[in-house]
Ligand binder design. Structure first.
Ligand SMILES: [Zn+2]
Length: 405
């Protein structure tokens, strides 16, 4: 059985991260963690020791919002949200109508994702059914994904009839069950009829639901024009029956108190994507209010609006963006939001998200500049540097104790 020896960061909550300067993780034959702590406390005789000399052991990252078909165009911007979608993203996603293109790019996506240490993800595919099959076929680690729904206000080359969108969703929900996410792109590209029908499918097959909510002010205004009978953007999804404890809404930047109340009451959770919000000039999610309302949230890269799949980069910008507004986002909190919080959001907190005994040995070796002395210093070390430097920091990645990168 392998034993990993080196500095260990083991996040427990937004306020606490256990740190072992000379730590050890003992992995059982079943790929689960049998012991973790100071290296002295691990019975050395029980396995072969892998020494980590210039890095730190952290749990594998969790990305709760990422677009598979945008991986190869990540960080290519054309203004704010709506023009960027129309001019840059939708023509790219249309290329996935070719099954070979979809398959190659899905494979590359998971290689790149695992290369950055992410082994659990909540993923948007495209409107094409075969693209979703390719997504699952190439996953590395665990993934939840859905075919994107667009039956209105979408270009002809990337649109489906309401009936077709419902039929695909039902087939995929039946096939993938708890790994499937009903995925209306966002309210502007979906009719109420479609959203209500897929909400019903999610309940029937106990799947996840994911969408975008209140990212950009032009978008919020557009939604109010498209759905004049609804009180707010959040109310659109509520009337459609899409808000639930298994719903993850991305962004949630410009919400009223009443909308936050709805999210709280329905048990809806939030994917917070600071790198994307900065890139598209969408604004800052008011993390202090989300905390006050007690709405669970975790970090997402939102690639391709987010320019990098690196959760280290997302952690860095999470700390920076809120600090600029004089709102605290500590290093310990950032690591928690990039690991355990995401696993908890996706109902996998009992088997993933940190390095506690009994969980899967999903761990990442991240290069450090200096020998870490405490949790805060170690986290500050791994999130320091340019985006390119951060993307080069992941040295090795293990899924259930086996090397995958
Ligand atoms: Zn997104």
């Amino acid at each position: 059985m392998p034993i990993f020896r080196g500095p260990i960061l083991n996040p427990q909550s937004e306020n606490q991260c256990n740190f072992y300067k000379d730590g050890g993780v003992l992995v059982g034959d079943d790929g689960k963690i049998e012991a973790v702590g100071d290296f002295d406390s691990i019975e050395e005789t029980r396995g072969e020791v892998t020494e980590i000399t210039d890095g730190v052991i952290v749990p594998a990252f969790v990305d709760v919002h990422v677009h598979m078909p945008q991986n190869h165009v990540r960080g290519q911007f054309a203004g704010q949200l709506l023009p960027w979608l129309q001019n840059c993203i939708w023509p790219e996603e249309a290329g996935f109508r070719d099954p070979r293109v979809a398959d190659e790019k899905a494979k590359k996506f998971y290689q790149d994702l695992a290369g950055q240490g992410t082994l659990l993800s909540l993923v948007y595919a495209t409107i094409h059914e075969h693209a979703l099959h390719s997504t699952f076929a190439h996953k590395i680690g665990d993934t939840i994904a859905g075919n994107v729904l667009m039956d209105e206000n979408s270009p002809d080359y990337l649109s489906q009839s309401t009936e077709e969108a419902i039929a695909i969703t039902e087939r995929c929900a039946r096939e993938y069950g708890e790994h499937f996410a009903v995925t209306p792109r966002f309210a502007p590209t979906c009719t109420m009829e479609l959203m209500m029908a897929v909400g019903e499918i999610a309940r029937q097959y106990r799947t996840w639901i994911q969408s975008h909510l209140s990212e950009n002010l032009d978008e919020v205004k557009w939604v109010s024009e498209l759905f004049p009978d609804c009180d707010s953007y959040t109310d659109v999804y509520q009337k459609a029956g899409l808000l639930s404890p298994r719903t993850i809404m991305a962004h949630c930047i410009h919400l009223s108190d009443e909308e936050l109340d709805i999210l709280k009451e329905t048990g809806t959770k939030i994917a917070h994507c600071p790198t994307s919000n900065i890139a598209l000039g969408s604004g800052r999610m008011p993390v202090e209010k989300i905390r006050k309302w007690g709405i669970p949230f975790a970090l997402g890269s939102d690639v391709g609006a987010g320019p990098s799949l690196s959760l280290l980069h997302v952690m860095q910008k999470y700390m920076e963006q809120h600090a600029e507004a004089n709102v605290e986002a500590t290093p310990q909190d950032a690591l928690y939001r990039a690991t355990l919080a995401g696993a908890e959001l996706l109902d996998r907190g009992d088997k993933m998200g940190n390095l506690d005994i009994g969980k899967e040995a999903n761990l990442v070796i991240v290069k450090t500049d200096e020998q870490p002395k405490d949790a805060e210093g170690a986290i500050r070390d791994i999130v320091s540097g340019s985006m390119e430097e951060l993307e080069g920091k992941v040295e090795k990645v293990y899924f259930q104790g086996k090397e995958v990168v």
